[in-house]
Design a protein around this ligand. Sequence first.
Ligand code: FAD
Length: 451
Amino acid sequence: GQLKASYCLTEPGSGSDALAAKTKAVLNAEGTHYILDGQKMWITNAGFADVFIVFAKIDGKDFTAFIVERNTPGLSVGAEENKMGIKGSSTCQVFFENCAVPKDAILGEIGRGHVIAFNILNIGRYKLSAAAMGGCKRSLTNAIRYANERQQFGKSISSFGAIQYKLSEMAIRTYALESANWRVSNYIDDRKKLLTEEGKSLAEASLGAAEEYAIECALLKVAGSEALDYVVDEGVQIYGGYGFSEEYPLARAYRDARINRIFEGTNEINRLLIVDMLLKRAMKGQIDMMTPAMEVQKELMGIPEMGEPDTDAFSAEVKAIANMKKAILMVAGAAVQKLMMQLKDEQEILMAVADMIIDTFMAESALLRTMKHAESEGAAEREAMVQVLITDAMDRINKSGKTAIMSFATGDEQRMMLLGLKRFTKYRMLNTTALRRTVAARLIEADNYCY
Ligand SMILES: Cc1cc2nc3c(=O)[nH]c(=O)nc-3n(C[C@H](O)[C@H](O)[C@H](O)COP(=O)(O)OP(=O)(O)OC[C@H]3O[C@@H](n4cnc5c(N)ncnc54)[C@H](O)[C@@H]3O)c2cc1C
């Protein structure tokens, strides 16, 4: 914990396409040092880091990570960037000009830099989402307190339905994010423990666990950054004109939040990754998507069963989540069958499928947590949050599914899939306005985020 470090991957010409980096490393004639030449961009901590982890291509081809100390001749740091937000963090360009680093300064193996680069990103995405969760809670609490204090038309603005809608939606998204974060934290912890017991070092176990849950890390990153942006945006709105003033906390939160959708892989790249990793794992036989996809196909051909009325607690919600998964399997399965290798170029479909997956994972996480705490204080309000979440998620899943189906299916196949989608995105008809008011009432009473 003595040294501060930075991670130098991005370059002016290569951001999302990180492996197209141009920074080069060439072994000197004596065979003692690698000579680095190139330029890195947007490097966090660069202003004060003691150590730089630099990704460069040996002889322009083998992507490799190097440990470079700050005082190495040939390394120089540019001026601080003039950023929109997170102004408390240092972000600079880093230049390497004839910069000689000892041969043993290679981190990991030659040509395996991408493994280090991407594994760090898995952990970074997971952490980003936890930080976003903290930001959501803080901004929401600020907004609740302000709404309780601020009087207009002779009343607190928190007494208005329009404001209660916002507070409840901010709380629902925060609650879902928190539930998903805890769920994935538990998965990663368990996996880490298992790998440690198998004899892996702590570092190997941490990286291995994050790699195993790379899909969840990408998913959390997207969901976390977008929940936070929603919360700070509505937070500014609740503060009204004071939200636009740097004298109040929401303006800074609004500016600071925005970067989260851009770094650690943009949300577009992470959405693409979610589907790509899932399909690759299915193709490698690591997860079985085929059997459930076939079952969904069979179900689509059959007569819809009317089923028993959902009388048990949460039985309608459990069924709703199962149906969301069927909708994903139906759309993704058909898209793979129909488009095969061409699917990777149909980004609109991939984005739609990613959105369906994210919505399902978030709703399921919130439901699992709510069921676990069904007896504790605030249970009725938590149940209300989950019901609103599932209602809205179903609508979004229906829309995403429809967009995807209409772009690749035609004729009878299209009609059958649209009918299937309708069947799989059905949920109870609930008075979500009343449910939201219940959720908001508890927030207003507690004067902070209390779920
Ligand atoms: C404050 C800050 C701190 C940062 N810290 C670091 C750091 O410490 N270390 C580091 O290495 N980097 C860092 N970065 C860089 C960051 O990771 C990149 O900015 C990010 O990966 C995006 O790259 P880019 O800016 O070149 O955008 P581009 O890659 O040019 O993307 C521009 C737009 O095109 C979209 N796009 C790109 N490719 C595709 C595609 N294949 N399909 C669909 N859409 C696509 C993107 O989603 C985005 O919307 C930081 C950036 C900022 C702003």
